[in-house]
Design a protein around this ligand. Structure first.
Ligand SMILES: C[S@@+](CC[C@H](N)C(=O)[O-])C[C@H]1O[C@@H](n2cnc3c(N)ncnc32)[C@H](O)[C@@H]1O
Length: 204
């Protein structure tokens, strides 16, 4: 298992070739949270990989308590190490889980996720990506895991709480329409450094 260190503005992340390598886009999550953060914040991150998004939130905001999950055991191991390296191990609890399968039935203020969202049928165009396939691709034009998470999230959200989700720029309208079915309203979409829609915020 080869590992490297990536430096972000407020923290550093150890990576592994068996775990999705965090991109600069993860810095959009604290930006999306900035104006909606509450006094006390119970946060659930689904698909944490190296733990980078949860660590970034723990480094940017006070009064957060985070449960971060992944289906990949190596991801959980690396994420725990990264939390220690960045002194936030008391703020983030890590759990192996297939989306909501091992999550306690409690309510959160924020569900945060960067799920696999590339269309499986387009994998021939992404051969340069070295991340595990299970972290990149989803069925149904990349929407399968996104839809699963939206549908189940409503059972775990307080009223006036939020889903913050990364997605592909051409999925924005599909997400908006699907979320409406569950009374989740798209309130804003943050763009990435190239100007493409990248992270959407839904209000319950
Ligand atoms: C695109 S990566 C994002 C990783 C990390 N959040 C980041 O942005 O750097 C998607 C993550 O979802 C995890 N994942 C895929 N399917 C999952 C499932 N069914 N349940 C939980 N996690 C899953 C993958 O293992 C991977 O770590």
């Amino acid at each position: 298992m080869k590992s490297n260190i990536i430096e972000f503005e407020k923290f550093k992340i150890k990576t592994s070739n068996n775990v999705f390598c965090p991109r600069e886009d993860i810095e959009i999550f604290p930006i999306a949270l900035k104006n909606i953060i509450k006094k006390e914040n119970k946060i659930l991150e689904l698909g944490t990989g190296t733990g980078a998004i949860s660590i970034s939130i723990a480094k940017n905001f006070k009064n957060v308590k985070i449960t971060a999950t992944d289906i990949n055991s190596t991801a959980i191991k690396i994420a725990k190490q990264n939390a220690k390296i960045n002194n936030v191990e008391n703020i983030i609890e890590f759990k192996k889980s297939n989306w909501f399968e091992n999550i306690d039935k409690i309510k959160y203020d924020f569900i945060i996720t960067n799920p696999p969202y590339l269309a499986k049928k387009n994998s021939k165009y992404y051969t340069e990506l070295l991340d595990p396939n299970s972290s990149l691709y989803s069925n149904n034009n990349g929407l399968d895991d996104i839809y699963k998470i939206i549908k189940l999230s409503v059972n775990y959200l307080n009223k006036n709480s939020f889903i913050i989700m990364e997605h592909s720029h051409n999925q924005t309208l599909f997400l908006k329409e699907y979320a409406k079915k569950y009374n989740l309203n798209l309130i804003k979409t943050e763009k990435d450094s190239l100007g493409f829609n990248r992270v959407s915020v839904f209000l319950n």
